[in-house]
Structures are given as C-alpha cells and as structure tokens.
Design a protein around this ligand. Structure first.
Ligand code: SF4
Length: 467
C-alpha cells in the first residue's frame, strides 16, 4: 500500500500521517478510548466506530457515538487529515455527507460546525509502533468490532449447513421478487411487467427509478416497432440523456449524435413533454460500462428486435446444465454489435481498438437475478406450474456467483468474520436477504436483532443436522 511504502519518511517527519493511516487507526480503535474529547470540550464515547466504507462517501458508516451525557447518536464518520478538509474536499456541499456526526482529524480545532476529534494525542501506542503493527497482516483483518452477534452461533455450523441456511434465505428473496412481478403483472400484463423489471435491473444500483420511469413512459405511449437507431433516439431523448452538444472527439461520435438528434427532433412534439430531467440520473462515480445511456442503447436493440420475451421462453424451455445458463442468456440479451456503442464507452470517449461488450457477465447475472428468473417464477406460481417453478428455483440457486459488492463484503464480515468464497449467486442472494431482513433493522451493535436466536433455534430443532 502506498502509505506503507512511504511510512518511515512520513512518520519521522513532523507532518501529519497520511489519511489512510488515520482511517486504519480509527477502524481498529487504536486509541486511549476513555480519554477522548472533541475540540469543543465534550467527551466522546465511541460505542461503535462504524463500518469502513471503501466506496464514495464518508469513510465510516453507521457509527454510534455519545457526546458528553447526550443520548447516543448514530451516523457516519469522516476522516480528514485536517479540519479544513471538510470544506476543501467539498463535503459541506455533498448530500452524501449529510449524516456525518463526527469529523476525525490528526490535529486541529473545529472549523465546520461538526464535532471534531483530533487523534494526535490519544493514540494507544507511539505512532511509529502503530504504523508497524498496522502494516502487519493484523491490519488487513476485520477488527473484532465488525463481527455481529450472530457470528457465535453461525460458527457452530458446518460449511454445508451454512450453505443450506443461505439457500433458505435465497428462496425467500426469489419469492419476494416474484411477488413484485405478480403485483405489476396484475395491473399491466406479464410482458409489460417483464419490460419494467428489465429496465429496472438495467438501472443497476443507483438508477433503478429513472429506468423504470423510461419503461413506463414507453409502454404508456404504446410505442410501435421501429428500427433500433430510432429507438435509441427515443429512449435517450425521453431519458434526457442526449448530449446537449455534438462531441468533437471523433467523427463517428459526432455523426452518431447528429443522427440521434435528427430522429429525436421529429418526435419531440409527441414525447418531449415526457422527457426526464437529466439531474434525476445519478451519474457521479459510475463506471462507463454502467452508464444508463449505454444501457438504453442496448434496450433499444431489444425493443427493435421485438422477440425478447419469446426468446426468453425458448431459453427457459431448453434443458441446459448450470454451467451454461449464464452464457446462453448472455448471448440472447446481447446478440448484436452496435456500430457506435460496441466501440465507445460513452459519447465523448475515444474509439476503442477492441470491441466492447454491451453487457458484461456481471450485469447478465443482475438481469437474471432481478428480472428474468423472478418473472418466470411468478408466472409459474400464478399458473400453478410446479415443474416450471422448480426449474426456476434450480437455476436461481445454481447460477454462477456474480460480482462482489460492498453490502456482501460487509455482511460476510459481520456474519462470518472471514472471507468466504461464493460459488453461486443463490448464496449471494441469501446473504443479501439476511442483510435486508436483519442487519437493516438493527444497528452496528446488533441491538434487538433476532437472527442469532433464530440460528440457535434452527440448530436446536435439528433442521441444521439434516444438511
Ligand atoms: S444485525 Fe443481526 S444479522 Fe446483522 S450482524 Fe448483527 S446479529 Fe447478525
């Protein structure tokens, strides 16, 4: 790590240690914890330091602290080397930082209205020693304060029993998602519900709702069949994602955007009033591959093709081994080379020398887990088709594991206190369901969480031994 490499110079220097080292000190609470005092004089009791956030936003989430004799408060912690970092890094203007309850700094007094805690004089060992300890393997292990109360009963289970527990939770998740499709289909029909579900899944984490809105608008407006480039213009126009200016980086991008605008101008009277404001999309920090414009360009091919639902039926009817589910679905969802999007990540990017996938393997798994399989399960359940239900469940549980994410990482640490390799997306879905049903309703201290007792009763009932 960069801070380790530069450690001796930095730590012999009077300068502050790097922010990454301060984060590690806070994360492991290498502090004289009974002597903490904010810059405004109030004592600080750290009931939980929060969970380290390696994505955008504050450095620690869901901490619990108590200032003087006030009631404990729960929120985020931001670590900056100096108090001025709060303004300097723009945190004061960023809504993602609105839940910050404490700024942790190396030295300095409060300047920003937030309680500020300086670490320089409250370390539990000399900084040089701490840096060596933190540079060891111990630093990379999750600190004990991350482990949840359920870890103790879960440790009594074998790998097979854990797998069975996760599969049970995964089935709850499948039925919950299927129920959503059932409800939507009752209002607008099965095929329309599938489109809404697919668009939502294309929105990935942050743009689910705008994607759903685009799908609803198109369905409401009863769009007839069109060539794909006209669908692209319509989708991007309705989404408010057409670039305001012609990109000058490449002739191909310029021609493509001009073509989109030509098509959109002809339709503006009909669709323009429905356009979404561009600001509704969360685009900051998105990988280019996940940009909604790219996703909508792909959806335009599906719409132009007009046979997506039928092709999915054929895919589902085909008897295939688990190792081929994803590959076959990927070929079905991404059958084309797009003249522009197969060579550019976005409107302003350079032309790639190699073709770029319109949909990566991880997103195919997202579409399967969030739309395709729950949709098939809902239809099978409604029609009383038990064998189709079983087939959906088989695919759901055996689907190859998808991309790791921050929720999975944190939940895995809290439940198992160690890394665990995932073989299937079903196991991942089970873990996400436990996080939603239990962790989301408790706090970092696991207060009032019934899951540990549920695991104990599961063990006592003998259900665990059956696996
Ligand atoms: S909140 Fe519940 S499920 Fe989550 S880690 Fe704590 S005890 Fe486990």
């Amino acid at each position: 790590m960069a801070w380790r490499a530069q450690r001796p110079a930095v730590l012999h220097d009077a300068a502050a240690p790097p922010e990454r080292l301060l984060q590690a000190i806070w994360r492991h609470q290498r502090l004289r914890r009974d002597g903490l005092r904010a810059a405004d004089g109030r004592t600080v009791r750290v009931l939980h330091p929060g969970f380290w956030n390696r994505a955008a936003g504050p450095d620690f989430r869901e901490a619990i602290i108590q200032l003087a004799d006030e009631p404990p408060r729960s929120g985020d912690i931001e670590v900056d080397v100096e108090p001025a970092g709060w303004h300097g890094h723009g945190h004061d203007r960023n809504p993602a930082f609105s839940r910050v309850i404490l700024q942790v700094v190396w030295r300095g007094a409060r300047q920003n209205g937030l309680p500020t805690l300086a670490l320089a004089d409250v370390l539990d060992a000399p900084l040089e020693d701490l840096a060596h300890w933190l540079g060891s393997d111990a630093e990379s292990l999750p600190p004990a304060n991350v482990t949840g109360h359920c870890n103790a009963p879960l440790k009594e289970l074998s790998a097979e029993q854990i797998g069975a527990l996760l599969r049970e939770a995964a089935m709850v998740r499948l039925r919950t998602k299927a129920e959503w499709f059932n409800t939507v289909a009752r209002q607008i029909g099965w095929e329309q519900a599938l489109w809404i579900g697919l668009f939502r899944a294309l929105g990935y984490k942050h743009n689910t709702w705008p994607m759903q809105r685009v799908a609803e608008l198109l369905l409401d407006l009863n769009t007839p069949s069109l060539p794909f480039h006209q669908f692209q213009a319509r989708l991007l126009g309705v989404a408010g994602l057409l670039p305001a200016e012609l990109p000058r980086r490449s002739r191909q991008a310029e021609d493509y955007v001009r073509q989109l605008w030509d098509a959109w101008w002809r339709e503006r009277d009909r669709f323009g009033e429905h356009s979404l404001p561009r600001g509704i999309w969360r685009l900051g920090g998105l990988r280019p591959a996940n940009h909604p414009a790219r996703r909508l360009a792909l959806a335009a091919h599906w719409l132009a093709n007009g046979k997506l639902a039928r092709n999915l039926e054929s895919w589902f009817a085909e008897a295939v081994p688990a190792s081929e589910f994803a590959e076959l679905l990927s070929r079905l969802l991404c059958p084309v080379t797009d003249e522009f999007w197969s060579w550019h990540w976005g409107f302003t990017s350079r032309r790639s020398e190699k073709p770029l996938p319109l949909l990566g393997a991880a997103r195919v798994t997202d579409l399967a887990m969030n739309a395709v399989l729950p949709w098939f399960h809902a239809r099978a359940a409604t029609g009383g088709n038990e064998s189709a239900q079983r087939e959906t469940e088989r695919r759901w549980l055996a689907w190859p594991a998808g991309e790791d994410n921050a929720v999975l990482r944190l939940t895995r640490q809290r439940l198992f206190a160690r890394e665990r390799r995932w073989r299937t997306a079903g196991e991942q879905q089970g873990l996400l369901q436990i996080a939603r049903d239990f962790c989301d309703h408790s706090n970092a201290l696991c207060e009032h969480c019934p899951f540990p007792d549920l695991v104990r009763s599961w063990i006592a009932s003998g259900a665990a031994q059956a696996h």
